[in-house]
Design a protein around this ligand. Structure first.
Ligand code: ATP
Ligand code: MG
Length: 802
């Protein structure tokens, strides 16, 4: 069967066809976004297999993400009856992992070696610092992490690094200690995966020759973002350069097809070298350089926007990109009054898109920084819209958040052993692993919770752990009568988490996330006047109920609802706001996460979106300082990389593209008033459509502080805006501790804080806090014999004690 008749080759333009059917030689495809680079790469693999040029085992294909690898295998599986699992398709790290698992003994690793992510790596370095008394001021751990990563990318082991001065000498020493520790523990970091597999190939002739012989075709997508070591690894496998043959006996035949776009190089900060493209052409003697100029993804409004934007960059290899799809939809631009309003608007647009028949997984939200996702996640969660967050942890799963939640859970339940173990020695308070083992043994022996076993612990261990528990008890007492927000602020303070992360030079992100936690608590309000019935409904029905009710005027639908179940019919006992908040956190971190394969809205950073495409794309937070990011907008290279990022973001959209920015944004614990991004000015006006409504609704008309719509200006949000605290954490702490106990609140029943009351079951107690009104009114009461309880006043039979 002649190849040109192959159905594989239908729907390829002449340039693509030429690339797919290239002779077995090295080649480079340099082309813009959406021009079919990845399609060509996939189709070439299929073509090579179909024509019998190579067997599945002879293919090595490198994708940028695991998701892309999966997609490629799915497509190949659909094109051909081959066992795709047998093919080596994956990311550099994934492939190296596979390689090292296959040759773990030669690589001198345990079979079940574990992989350290960036965070684990940092903690591992820090553990070393403690053990060897290394000065974190002189050699910040994060800097060491960069140093180690950099050395590994250059292929350098400690003994190969040149020690020009004392400082470098010390760093090399630490690098060596770190390596020893990793080896002892049987763990490898990301850089190590690459380097160790590179070294194994380099130093083991039979292994190298085996793979050089085996991989007849090596195909690499997103080549512009490869780093130095990855390039060397490819060279090694392809047999180009010093290790191509041993004694001239073996001539490797691996062909490399590299595919990339210099305008989409967005990982320079992580060591990516666009220069690898030019090196590749030179060192591999590339004769075939193919350009693809037709974009198949988007209409000209989107494409013109991308082209116009990127033309502001000076360092470019130069390519053309056109589309024959016609203008398509205009690029929609929306201005919100607040991040809340932005998220709410987005959810409404998504609902509309879904009604129009778009699948949820064809809708993506892109943001510049992970911190932006929380507000969006909350809005989606409240709208019962399934969503999936790619790359980066979901907000409530982040370590610092989990650490803080552990303390809060202990306030609610001292017998929560998981939280106990998480909090007891974090931040470190000198409680050793030995002591904790002892405690666990004790608890196991008597079948009780860890906190209950503490009394049986003697010596220093008992004293230390006892003090920790006593501290929690004191905090529980102190936070009585405090608002949820203040409880969290006090807990952060008491736990020393703030001090801990503040002392950590690299803890700024974590502090910001902890500030976000306070924001989250603050906006987590009970909806007064709705009654328990409303909040007891499932969330989507609740959303319905709220929209239909006149009482929803002035309510921000995006705010998490305090989902308090009906109180105990007999005693009136009800969930505390803290417990409700913790439930919310657990739910949001787990249950709402769309299952694999479920049709869900896709949330990710722009970095993570590379290579992907969606029917509809929202690029959010288009504000100065956010996008372009404040860390990069003041130097030219940085700004050009931001612009390439924006180019990547724009070119993800097939049909519809939204760009939004907000007048105010609660970020990093602070309300910011951001200017709209300079990138708007670099877009062609005729491609844009401004869709911000003039009248109330979501923004436009009401402006700052006006209007009672749920745009965020009125209602509970204004409280939130006023309750801001700066990034100055000292101020924040002072404000927190100085926060007055809500005093003199009166309920219809006439209860007051500090008043004594009598409950038929719990006896006499003192009111410590009051919340809500009408049907929803609740009181926190401290009963000396039964502890602190939250009671629903409409149910609980309380009588004032004079
Ligand atoms: P990026 O730079 O974003 O990674 P890309 O160059 O890899 O983009 P692809 O993802 O391969 O581009 O293709 C973009 C879209 O265009 C895909 O949906 C693909 O199926 C489609 N496409 C590519 N070539 C053709 C063609 N000749 N005819 C029709 N559609 C095509
Ligand atoms: Mg691609």
């Amino acid at each position: 069967e002649p190849v040109s008749n192959s159905s594989l080759l239908h729907n390829l333009n002449p340039e693509q066809l030429a690339a797919v059917t290239l002779p077995a030689e090295h080649a480079l495809i340099l082309a813009g976004a959406g021009s079919g680079k990845t399609r060509v790469l996939t189709t070439r693999i299929a073509w090579l297999l179909q024509t019998g040029e190579v067997s599945p085992g002879g293919i090595l294909a490198v994708t940028f993400t695991n998701k892309a690898a999966k997609e490629m295998m799915t497509r190949l599986g659909a094109m051909l009856p081959v066992n795709v699992r047998g093919m080596w398709i994956g990311t550099f790290h994934g492939l190296c992992n596979r390689f090292l698992r296959a040759h773990y003994k030669l690589a001198n690793l345990p079979q079940a070696f574990q992989i350290l992510d960036t965070q684990d790596q940092l903690s591992s370095i820090k553990r070393l610092y403690k053990q060897f008394n290394i000065d974190d001021e002189r050699f910040p751990a994060k800097q060491m992490q960069w140093f180690i990563g950099g050395c590994k990318e250059d292929g350098l082991r400690p003994n190969a690094v040149v020690a020009r001065d004392d400082e470098t000498r010390k760093k090399i020493e630490i690098y060596q200690l770190y390596e020893d520790q990793c080896q002892r523990e049987g763990v490898v970091d990301f850089g190590e995966l690459m380097l160790r597999s590179y070294e194994l190939l380099r130093d083991n002739d039979p292994i190298r020759e085996h793979y050089q012989r085996r991989f007849r075709h090596i195909l690499i997508d997103e080549f512009q973002d490869t780093n130095k070591l990855q390039y060397a690894w490819v060279k090694m496998l392809a047999g180009t350069g010093a290790h191509s043959s041993v004694d001239g006996a073996f001539q490797p035949t691996g062909c490399v097809l590299a595919v990339g776009d210099d305008d989409q190089s967005i990982y320079a900060f992580r060591g990516a070298r666009v220069g690898n493209m030019a090196d590749f052409v030179r060192e591999f003697g590339v004769r075939h350089q193919i350009k693809l100029e037709e974009n198949y993804r988007s209409g000209s409004n989107i494409l013109d926007s991308a082209n116009a934007l990127i033309s502001h960059n000076s360092k470019r290899l130069g390519k053309n990109l056109r589309t024959s799809q016609g203008p398509g939809e205009p690029v929609r631009v929306f201005e919100a009054t607040s991040d809340f309003a932005e998220a709410q608007w987005m959810v409404d647009e998504m609902k509309q898109l879904v009604r129009e028949g778009h699948e949820r997984k064809e809708i993506a939200v892109l943001y510049r920084s992970n911190a932006q996702s929380r507000v969006i996640e909350t809005a989606l969660f409240n709208a019962s819209m399934p969503y999936k967050v790619y790359g980066g942890l979901r907000f409530f799963e982040r370590a610092e958040i989990k650490n803080a939640l552990a303390y809060l859970r202990l306030l609610e339940n001292p017998r929560d052993d998981t939280s106990f173990m998480r909090a007891v020695n974090f931040p470190p308070r000198g409680i050793g692993a030995r002591s904790l083992e002892q405690l666990q043994d004790l608890a196991r022996a008597s079948g009780c919770a860890l906190s209950d076993a503490v009394s049986g612990l003697s010596g220093k261990a008992g004293t230390n752990i006892g003090a920790f528990l006593a501290g929690i008890d004191v905090l529980r007492e102190q936070t009585q009568g405090m608002s949820l927000r203040d409880t969290i602020v006090a807990t952060l303070e008491h736990s020393n988490l703030l001090t801990h992360y503040k002392a950590d030079r690299e803890g700024a992100d974590r502090l910001e996330n902890l500030a976000e936690l306070v924001n989250a608590a603050e906006s987590f309000v009970s909806i007064e006047g709705f009654g328990r019935d409303a909040v007891a409904l499932p969330v989507d029905e609740l959303g319905q109920a709220l929209t239909q009710s006149p009482a929803s005027q002035g309510l921000d639908l995006n705010q998490p609802v305090l989902d308090i179940p009906a109180p105990d019919a007999e005693t009136g006992e009800t969930l505390s706001p803290l417990a409700a908040f913790l439930t919310h956190a657990a739910l949001e971190a787990g249950d709402n996460q769309a299952q694999a394969g479920q049709d869900a809205i896709q949330l990710m950073t722009v970095h993570a979106s590379k290579g992907l495409e969606f029917d509809a794309v929202f690029i959010t937070g288009m504000e100065e300082g956010l996008f372009p990011h404040e860390n990069s907008m003041n130097d030219r290279d940085g700004l050009e990389e931001e612009r390439r990022l924006m180019y990547v973001a724009i070119t993800r959209a097939r049909k519809r593209l939204y760009l939004s920015h907000s007048q105010t944004r609660m970020l990093h614990g602070q309300t910011r008033y951001n200017l709209k991004s300079r990138f708007f000015e670099e877009l062609p006006e005729e491609a844009l459509k401004w869709i911000t409504p003039k009248q109330s609704g979501f923004g436009g008309g009401s402006g700052f502080g006006g209007g009672a719509s749920y745009s965020g200006a009125g209602g509970p949000y204004s409280e939130r805006a006023r309750g801001q605290f700066g990034t100055d954490y000292t101020k924040y702490n002072t404000a927190a501790t100085a926060a007055p106990v809500p005093a003199q609140k009166e309920t219809p029943g006439g209860l007051k804080v500090k008043q004594k009351v009598f409950h038929p079951k719990f006896g006499e107690g003192t009111v410590t806090a009051l919340e809500g009104t009408g049907e929803d009114a609740r009181a926190q009461i401290n009963f000396p014999r039964h502890g602190v309880k939250w009671l629903a006043l409409s149910v609980a039979k309380l009588t004032p004690v004079p």
